[in-house]
Design a protein around this ligand. Structure first.
Ligand code: BV8
Ligand code: ZN
Length: 239
């Protein structure tokens, strides 16, 4: 039987069970009384690069301790089992890769990648903590920055195009662990709705997307997603 085309959008909720704080989940989303939204901007980085790097160095140390949970592992299994499957993530923690997902569209970048603010130097740097903040470019000695997309910065056009195509073609879109308030990521499921596809949301509570979703499955995605996949696989007669 031809399996449906599936596109998935994940957010911080999928990594919560791995011990990574989300952005908008009450007190544990704050960092030293700064809200991530204030720190994740080019303006704050220009004014106070050391503070912004202290924030990211703290998150890198937190993420270095984190391991994929059953939600990440289920998504890696789905990719291996389905012929048309695209994983799009807003997360920068690298846990989808660690869980075995191969083709991942990183909408907002990857916290383990750094790039130079002056020259075209880029590299993966997994050292935690970093030896000096802000870290310096080994080529031109200018400041390095995390290779991620801050608020007010444009997403990589090619990545965004590929993500939009996946949702435009999807028969089913799974939206997992996101408050669905940050654009343009939050718009992706609407491409599936426009083409008459189904949107299934996995979250602890209703979100800005819920009223438009075909189905809202409330509960922790580390439990609800594996359960959904088990039932879906049986319905599709997959192994
Ligand atoms: C851009 C990397 C333009 C950095 C991130 C006014 C209206 C509309 C839009 C805007 C506006 N003002 C500004 C904008 C644009 C802005 C935006 O959308 N702002 C929002 C806040 C209103 N967007 C941008 O700036 C984007 N760029 O628009 O550029 C442009 C165009 C051309 C040229 C120049 C400029 C860039 C946005 C990317 C920002 N970077 N991350 C970093 O991480 O430090 S965003 C960051 O927050 C994440 O990446 C993610 O995308 C986003 C949302 O977080 P979530 O993943 O949803 O997490 P959250 O905590 O919010 O929610 C967690 C959810 O999980 C909750 O629902 C919770 O219930 C649930 N949950 C918890 N536990 C579980 C669970 N669910 C299941 N199981 C569990 N166990
Ligand atoms: Zn440089």
């Amino acid at each position: 039987m031809k399996t449906p085309k599936i596109a998935v959008l994940t957010g911080a909720g999928v990594s919560k069970a791995s011990g990574i704080p989300t952005y908008r989940d009450g007190a544990d989303s704050l960092w030293n009384n700064h809200h991530p939204q204030q720190l994740a901007t080019p303006e704050t980085f220009a004014q106070n690069p050391k503070l912004v790097w202290e924030f990211y160095d703290w998150r890198r140390r937190n993420m270095a301790q984190a391991r994929p949970n059953p939600a990440h592992k289920t998504l890696a299994e789905m990719e291996a089992a389905l012929s048309h499957f695209t994983l799009v993530t807003q997360n920068i923690d690298g846990l989808h890769r660690e869980a075995g997902s191969k083709n991942i569209l990183y909408l907002h970048g990857d916290i383990w990648l750094v790039r130079c603010t002056e020259c075209d130097y880029r590299s993966e740097d997994r050292r935690t903590p970093l030896p000096e903040l802000p870290p310096r470019c080994p080529r031109c000695n200018a400041m390095l920055r995390p290779d991620i997309i801050w608020f007010g910065e444009a997403l990589n056009p090619k990545t965004l195009y590929q993500a939009e195509q996946a949702f435009k073609k999807a028969d089913i879109a799974l939206v997992v662990g996101t408050s669905a308030v940050v654009y343009p990521a939050a718009y992706l499921p609407f491409f599936t709705i426009e083409k008459g596809g189904r949107v299934i949301e996995f979250n602890m509570e209703r979100t800005a997307l819920s009223d438009y979703a075909s189905e809202v499955i409330l509960g922790p995605s580390e439990e609800t997603l594996p359960r959904w996949w088990k039932q879906f696989r049986q319905e599709m007669g997959l192994s």
